[in-house]
Every structure is written in structure tokens, then in C-alpha cells.
Ligand binder design. Structure first.
Ligand SMILES: NC(=O)C1=CN([C@@H]2O[C@H](COP(=O)(O)OP(=O)(O)OC[C@H]3O[C@@H](n4cnc5c(N)ncnc54)[C@H](OP(=O)(O)O)[C@@H]3O)[C@@H](O)[C@H]2O)C=CC1
Ligand SMILES: CC(=O)N[C@@H](CCC(=O)OP(=O)(O)O)C(=O)O
Length: 316
């Protein structure tokens, strides 16, 4: 059976990228709403209800509306917005998060695609808490830089309008209340939210996140080798995994740490750096905000839900 896939919000940044990634697929039929009715709830309801899988690439309120417009019990949903990431009845769409998470996604009717910032944190922290190397109440800070496409069409137009006059590096969320905090706390297995200071750079896409670890605060500080081994073991077992762990390093400079290093792929690459004598370490994640951070992850989840092999179908 050829699955019918509807992208609600296909004219947006994430939606367009998903459409491009699916354009050559013969195992599914992309059903597209006419441009003039793309914001008409009645027309959207029609497409949502005739789709086998609906991928929501919308602001949160519109994504909630789409779910309410589904009247049957057959349309499966992948929501790229942050509306349902900690909601009851939704599977969290980070397939490599746990060994059985890809199976949970494969069986789900409702999948919440992860936020771009949470993925770097969850990949860096969850395996360490699960392995008892970090306590759940450890005070963490987390920062990083994202290309401006992370803010969607509005931010793209703003940055491209200002060109080289736009800030090269712009910290934000300095009210310390970013909307990703609940999702980060829950799936990184933390007792409370990290101190999160994201920033936007004046380039289109690609992310680099940093989790500094002041391990001297722990009675039993894990070594860099222990941190690295826990992450490498965790992600070595992931089915269809797109998380890679680079070799353990202790470097003054690392030119390969470029937020754009894995653009146009679905990879999330983790790097571990440590100085055991000081009991200090940092875990750095590099990924494409429109790849593993959004559209690539949505296609990965779609493949899991349709039982399609990632290697042959996820071109990126
Ligand atoms: N960009 C990224 O890196 C990431 C984005 N996401 C999430 O994905 C979702 C989409 O983001 P993104 O693609 O960046 O955003 P964009 O602003 O680029 O696209 C959103 C699209 O939704 C359309 N839209 C808005 N309201 C409605 C409505 N009521 N009915 C139908 N369509 C509507 C917009 O229309 P119009 O074209 O007229 O504005 C636009 O085309 C968001 O929830 C975002 O938070 C998640 C992870 C990363
Ligand atoms: C650079 C930038 O502004 N990024 C967005 C997050 C993009 C993303 O992850 O989207 P969701 O919010 O749907 O998860 C922000 O921080 O709000």
C-alpha cells in the first residue's frame, strides 16, 4: 500500500525541507493542499483526514488545531512543533534516546518530533544519568549557537534583510524561560531545568551545543574515559541510529568543531573533551537544525512508522 502523507505547513521552512526529502519517494504519495486554502481549517481537515500520516510543520496553536481537526482513528501524526512534546499519549520522536524508542515510535499514532535544542542536551546527558555517572539533581548549564533558520521564515527574512549588518552572534532567551525547558528536563532525566543560554549566528543553518561539566562538585567524579564510554555504549546499540560519538579528546583548539560540519545530513555528532586532574569536561553536539534538529528527524520518524529502512530512504 502506498501511504498518503500530508504536510500541514509545507510552505514553511521545516515543511519545505520535508517535502524536498520526500519528493523522490515512490513508496508514498504526498498530498498537497492548494496554496490558497492552506490556512483554511475546512480544507486542512479534509487533507488531514484522508492522510495516513500527517506531518505538522506549524506554530504550536495551529498544530493543536490540526490534531483537533482529525476525526478518524487512522490518521497518524508527526508534530514538528513544541505543542505535544511532554503531552500524555504522545511518543517522543528521538529514536536514539533509548534502545526501545524506535519501536515506541514505530507503533505510535502520535509522535512529537523533538526540539532542536533539546536533542543536543538529551543526547549528552540522558545516557550519563542513566549510567549513574551524573546525578539527576546535578546543576547543569547548556549553551550553543544555531543558524538563523532555527527561527523559521520570520527570522530568515529578518537576518537576510539585514545581511552583514545583523549580529554575528546573538545570545537570547535571557529571561531563562525558553519554551524547550520542560522537554529538556523530562527527557534528559533531570530533576530541574538546566541554565540554558542559546544564541543565533549570522549563518543559515547548523548547530553546535556545549554542555560544560564541573565534575569536581561530585563526591565521585567520573573520568573523561567513563563519560565517553557511557555515551559510546549507549549510541552504539541504537537501531537505525544517527547519533555518532567521536573519539575522546583533550585539545586546546579543535577546528573540526564547526556548527555547519554535518549540514545536509541527519547526523548528530557528539564530542567529549576532558581534563581528569581538574575534574572538568565538556560534551559538544553538532547537528543541522533542519536535519536531525527538525526535518531529518521527522523523515526518520516517518520511516519508522511506515516500517521503511532508513538507509535506503533517508537520503541525507
Ligand atoms: N526551523 C527549525 O529549525 C525548527 C522548527 N521547528 C518547529 O517546526 C514548526 C514549523 O517551524 P518553521 O518551519 O521553522 O516555521 P515557518 O514560520 O518557517 O513555517 C510555518 C508555516 O506554517 C504556516 N502557518 C502558520 N499558521 C498556520 C495555520 N493556521 N494554518 C496553516 N498554516 C499555517 C506559515 O504560513 P506563512 O507561510 O503564511 O507564514 C508557514 O508557512 C514550528 O513549530 C517550529 O517551532 C522545530 C525544530 C527546528
Ligand atoms: C534559533 C531559534 O530561534 N530557534 C528556536 C527553536 C527552534 C526549534 O527547535 O523549534 P521548536 O521550538 O519547535 O522546537 C528557538 O529557540 O525558539
Amino acid at each position: 500500500m502506498v501511504a498518503r502523507v500530508f504536510i500541514d505547513g509545507e510552505a514553511g521552512t521545516t515543511g519545505l525541507q520535508i517535502r524536498e526529502r520526500l519528493a523522490m519517494r515512490r513508496d508514498l504519495e504526498l498530498i498537497s493542499i492548494p496554496d490558497e486554502s492552506r490556512k483554511d481549517p475546512a480544507a486542512r481537515a479534509d487533507y488531514l483526514n484522508k492522510a495516513d500520516v500527517a506531518i505538522l510543520c506549524l506554530p504550536d496553536a495551529a498544530a493543536r488545531e490540526s490534531v483537533d481537526l482529525i476525526e478518524n482513528d487512522t490518521t497518524r501524526v508527526i508534530d514538528a512543533s513544541s505543542a505535544h512534546r511532554v503531552a500524555e499519549g504522545w511518543a517522543y520522536g528521538f529514536a536514539e534516546m533509548d534502545p526501545d524508542q524506535s519501536g515506541v515510535i514505530a507503533a505510535a499514532m502520535r509522535v512529537a518530533n523533538p526540539g532542536c535544542w533539546p536533542q543536543g542536551l538529551i543526547a549528552s546527558v540522558r545516557p550519563l544519568v542513566a549510567a549513574d555517572l551524573l546525578p539527576a539533581d546535578f546543576a547543569l548549564s547548556y549553551h550553543g549557537v544555531s543558524g538563523y533558520s532555527g527561527g523559521g521564515k520570520g527570522m530568515i527574512a529578518d537576518y537576510e534583510g539585514r545581511g552583514t549588518d545583523a549580529n554575528v552572534f546573538a545570545p537570547y532567551a535571557l529571561g531563562f524561560n525558553h519554551k524547550h525547558l520542560p522537554e529538556m528536563t523530562e527527557y534528559a532525566l533531570l530533576d530541574s531545568a538546566p541554565l540554558f543560554t542559546p544564541s543565533v549566528g549570522n549563518y543559515y543553518k547548523g548547530m553546535l551545543t556545549v554542555l560544560p561539566l564541573n565534575l569536581a562538585e561530585l563526591a565521585q567524579a567520573p573520568t573523561g574515559m567513563q563519560l565517553h564510554a557511557a555515551l559510546a555504549d549507549h549510541f552504539a546499540g541504537a537501531d537505525n541510529g544517527f547519533v555518532e560519538v567521536a573519539p575522546l579528546e583533550s585539545l586546546e583548539r579543535a577546528d573540526f568543531l564547526d556548527p555547519q560540519a554535518v549540514n545536509d545530513t541527519n547526523l548528530l555528532r557528539l564530542h567529549v573533551f576532558a581534563n581528569d586532574a581538574r575534574a572538568q569536561a565538556a560534551i559538544i553536539a553538532v547537528y543541522d537544525n533542519l536535519g536531525k534538529g527538525a526535518s531529518g528527524a521527522a523523515v526518520q520518524n516517518l520511516n519508522l512508522m511506515l516500517g521503511v529502512d532508513q538507509a535506503t530512504s533517508l537520503a541525507a
